[in-house]
Design a protein around this ligand. Structure first.
Ligand code: GLC
Ligand code: CA
Length: 582
């Protein structure tokens, strides 16, 4: 076998990939303990491949005390016993390859668990050789060194009795941040990446990557006379997207790609804007190969009650704002960087519950939203279960949820006078657990996920909404996703074409034109529950054929299209028209 040829063919494979996100805990349990596991992923490789995905992103599978579902790593080179063994992981890598699927692991570079041997050594004494793996500061006036807030609530600083200093944590206090200024930390992280690449994985999602550099002056955010002294405030300017972070990522990239040039690095770049995203993902800068932004997913909350964080208050989706930001991402990164296209992940509610319709138009809105998103320019990332139209996990009691940010919300909401029922509703709509319900494979009691109660829960609607039923139904969401992904992967116009928004100011239509050489495609989506009409000069000037529609329409395309609720069209310019233009 000529290695060079296969290497060339594979290089930049992510430019034509479709990623399927597996949240292993909730995907498939094979040993009846209610926790999804690696053998479960192996069992479902056929399913993932048949869907049309070409790569799997696995949320963390390393040994962890699970304070934050695996994002708190105790040992990066061991598999968490709940998920299986190293042998299972090696099997997965091997079997995935046979299925033509790449494996992307979730690598947490910014912090470890407080149970990690490095931290346990570091906290023992100020002289520990591992002390400088983390960030330590003396108290300031008897309290936290700065007024910075952590993402999980409260201060970014936790006091450690043993040595009388504070350590820094951007997330939970059980997840101390690593000190990336220390070259030894950087070396260790490269070693870990190489360990897995040698085992055959194909790349990494770099968790929270924009936060690895901190402003080490540790300045306060507010001035001295701020009113509420006990409050901490988010201070992104001091711990997100600092210039220094680019050096760290670049160095990591070079060290990793030296021997593994086709290893894929996709950075979780949360708050970065398009300018920063270009820096992070431009090939010339050798940092990340692609980014996952948070910028266009939002615009669906309202601060109805100022005392409760807005993120918990579901509101109406502001399509105009979404359009504006999405257009910016499509334009600003085209030909310069590379970005993921996604509707949901394990940190947020499911797409149907936010942007679509959970009831009457469940199937139609699911198909429309997928079409709208994935035929744009970029790398599709699907969250397990979206391809069958799963909705938010709705558990009966507040105590049934595990998301560590719920107690903080509940406290604020109770203070604001909310009842328990109101709080439960907020959690059912907005918590991270909404997307972590067990995968709905069949209509059985535990949805074919397990023979035992799933660790978090499963939606009752698994009786009607499941992969087995949809496999048999030619009109199901699952079958539609397969067609859609096939189109995405096989047509240059959707892989590489330019992108131009149409009907920019229409409050109900999302439409765009993609052009590649002389091939043109039009995607028209009705994002509303009402009938809408759409027309544009392109539509009347040339002849179009219907490639895909979510309402059974495929006839001749008139110059003016009437779209039923949530209907969408994918149109392709007819060949004779292309010839006619010559
Ligand atoms: C990322 C993960 C999230 C986790 C956090 C801390 O945002 O997606 O689940 O809590 O990083 O590692
Ligand atoms: Ca299990």
């Amino acid at each position: 076998m000529n290695m060079e040829v296969s290497f060339l063919a594979d290089h930049q494979w992510w430019k034509n990939a479709v990623i399927y996100q597996v949240y292993p805990r909730s995907f498939k349990d094979t040993n009846g303990d209610g926790i999804g596991d690696i053998p479960g992923v192996i069992e479902k490789l056929d399913y993932i491949r048949k869907l049309g995905a070409t790569a799997i992103w696995l949320n963390p599978i390393f040994e962890s005390p699970h304070v934050d579902n695996g994002y708190d790593v105790r040992n990066y080179e061991k598999i968490d016993p709940g998920f299986g063994t190293m042998e299972d992981a090696e099997n997965l890598i091997k079997e995935a390859k046979k299925h033509g699927l790449k494996i992307i692991l979730d690598l947490v570079l910014n912090h470890t668990s407080d149970q990690h041997p490095w931290f346990r050594a570091a906290r023992k004494s100020k002289d520990s050789p591992y002390r400088d793996f983390y960030i330590w500061r003396d108290p300031k006036d008897g309290r936290e060194p700065t007024d910075w807030a952590s993402f999980f609530g409260g201060s970014t600083w936790a006091f450690d009795e043993q040595t009388g200093q504070y350590y820094f944590h951007l997330f939970s206090d059980k997840m101390p941040d690593l000190n990336w200024e220390n070259p030894k930390v950087r070396e260790e992280m490269v070693k870990i990446a190489r360990f897995w690449l040698e085992k055959g994985v194909d790349g990494f999602r770099l968790d929270a990557v924009i936060h690895m550099a901190k402003d080490s002056r540790f300045l306060p955010v507010r001035n001295e006379d701020a009113e509420d002294e006990t409050d901490f405030v988010l201070a992104e300017k001091y711990y997100a997207n600092l210039p220094r972070v680019h050096d760290f990522i670049h160095e990591f990239n070079r060290a990793v790609k030296k021997d593994f040039p086709d290893a894929f690095l996709i950075g979780e770049t949360a708050s970065a804007d398009t300018n920063l995203a270009v820096l992070y993902s431009s090939p010339a800068r050798e940092e990340c190969d692609a980014v996952i932004t948070f910028n266009y997913l939002g615009f669906d909350t309202e601060a109805k009650d100022k005392r409760i964080p807005e993120n918990w208050q579901q509101g109406k989706w502001n399509l105009a704002a979404f359009k504006k930001v999405m257009a910016k991402w499509q334009k600003d990164l085209y030909g310069k960087g590379y970005s993921a296209l996604y509707w949901n992940n394990h940190d947020m509610p499911r797409l149907l519950s936010r942007f679509g319709d959970e009831q009457m138009y469940r199937e139609k809105s699911a198909k429309m939203l997928a079409t709208l998103m994935y035929l744009q320019w970029g790398l599709p990332i699907l969250l397990q279960g979206e391809e069958i139209g799963m909705t938010n996990l709705k558990l009966p009691h507040l105590e049934d949820y595990e998301d560590p940010s719920i107690p903080g919300l509940a406290a604020a909401a109770r203070k604001a006078g909310c009842t328990d029922a109101e709080i439960l509703q907020m959690v059912q709509k907005r918590s991270k657990d909404t997307s972590r319900g067990a995968m709905q494979w069949t209509d059985e009691k535990y949805g074919g996920f397990s023979t035992y109660a799933p660790w978090l829960g499963i939606n009752d609607d698994t009786r009607e909404v499941n992969a087995a039923i949809q496999e048999k139904d030619p009109d199901s969401i699952l079958q539609y996703y397969r067609k859609l992904l096939e189109i995405k992967k096989s047509m240059d116009v959707f892989k590489s074409g330019t992108w131009e928004m149409l009907a920019e100011h229409d409050p109900n239509i999302y439409a765009y034109l993609r052009t590649y050489n002389r091939q043109r495609a039009l995607v028209v989506c009705n994002v509303s529950k009402e009938r809408q009409t759409f027309t544009c000069p392109e539509l009347t000037r040339t002849k179009w054929s219907c490639l895909l529609n979510n309402a059974g329409n495929s006839k001749e395309i008139p110059g003016r299209i009437v779209l039923s609720p949530y209907e969408c069209y994918v149109l392709l310019q007819k060949n004779e028209a292309i010839n006619g233009r010559n």
